[in-house]
Design a protein around this ligand. Structure first.
Ligand code: CU
Length: 195
């Protein structure tokens, strides 16, 4: 995505989807009110719109899927992965939907920065619009997480250059610049451009 100003001023919400907003299953009951709310808050993303991305590992092999789903207040991002190194791993949204440089994944660019704040949920001036909480990979390499962020809209992820979800080799400490000490990029999922 580009560095356009954020559509929402709030920090990313770290609470669970159930605690923080409506679940996707509530769509039918909430739809009339949701349409008005999205107009006010996200301007260009339709409530319920979705974008799917294939998660690839360091050799280009498919190791999972990422689904981004526009809610009323922000985006739910569902990560389903396997074959990761066990332990905590940093996860961020990067600015370009390009995973073509397999195993390096620098083509995805830097973090979605939003309003130009520094990286890190625990940085006093943070955070990047693309910051997400760490994910834990179990001993079998599998990881599952549902994230919610109010710092991006789905249309930011599917803009003219797309966006990528990157999994890093180390966990994000949420403070160190510029990426929380999360190290190398070990997996990449590119959201396609919708334009
Ligand atoms: Cu990153």
């Amino acid at each position: 995505m580009t560095r356009a100003p954020l559509l929402l001023a709030g920090m990313a919400c770290l609470a669970s989807v159930l605690a923080c907003g409506r679940t996707p299953a509530d769509k039918s009951a909430a739809a009339p009110e949701a349409a008005r709310a999205v107009t006010a808050n996200t301007e260009k993303s339709a409530y319920g719109a979705r974008a799917k991305a294939k998660l690839i590992g360091g050799k280009g092999e498919r190791i999972g899927d990422v689904l981004a789903w526009q809610g009323v207040q922000g985006v739910v991002i569902q990560l389903r992965a396997k074959s990761l190194p066990p332990g905590w791993r940093g996860v961020h949204l990067h600015i370009t939907g390009d995973c073509s440089d397999t195993g390096v994944f620098k083509a995805s660019g830097g973090h979605v920065e939003g309003e130009g704040r520094p990286h890190g949920f625990l940085h006093p001036g943070g955070a990047h619009g693309g910051d997400l909480p760490n994910v834990y990979a179990y001993a079998d390499g599998s990881a599952r997480a549902d994230f919610f962020t109010a710092s991006v809209a789905l249309s930011d992820l599917t803009d003219s250059d797309g966006a990528a979800l990157i999994i890093h080799a180390a966990p994000d400490d949420y403070q160190t610049q510029p990426i929380g000490g999360a190290g190398a990029r070990i997996a990449c999922a590119a959201f396609p451009s919708s334009k």
